[in-house]
Write a protein that binds this ligand. Sequence first.
Ligand code: SF4
Length: 210
Amino acid sequence: MVQEEVLALVDQGLMLPLMEEFYTIQGEGFHKGTAAYFIRVGGCDVGCHWCDVKESWNAETHPPTGIDHIVANAAKYSDTIVITGGEPLTWDMGPITAALKAKNLKTHIETSGAYPLSGTWDWICLSPKKNKLPEGIIYDKAHELKVIVYNKHDLIFAEQEAAKTNRECILYLQPEWSVRDKVVPMIVDYVMKNPKWKVSLQTHKYLNIP
Ligand code: SF4
């Protein structure tokens, strides 16, 4: 296939720059502890300085892969598929989620919401970033809001973002891993004073699994 054809298919969401895919335990948020198959799509220009998957940023370093291939592989492992990144909404998520739903698989997304929402989702985890705030409708659709806490100001940001979400949205504060020792006591104290929030930990990192 010539390069232009590949780019056209990526543009249509029929191919995606696949960084990695793996079957593991969801470590964070509402579904923590639950087995799921993760599809990590390359490409993100949000630029969080503490990002722990910076190798995902440049989409060109990840091979454009047909969604049929990705979906067939995922279906072998789990009925719950988490699409993460990078920033998956860089791409049109319509075709891959349609293909996953056609196989009766549950579709979950982890997104900063930096780009317009596409795709059909059973679960939307919105993790907004100050660098590039989410666009409109995703606040109404999000099932959970997960704010990464790196410093004290992130608690103010968390409240600003929570105010934009729908009423059922579950609110999580999650320590950024590299500063967890410093911010966990602050988060614990904050959640006890503001119990609409819950603590989310990256339990997969404690378990030493992907
Ligand atoms: S949005 Fe996610 S993938 Fe992109 S830079 Fe921030 S933490 Fe990394």
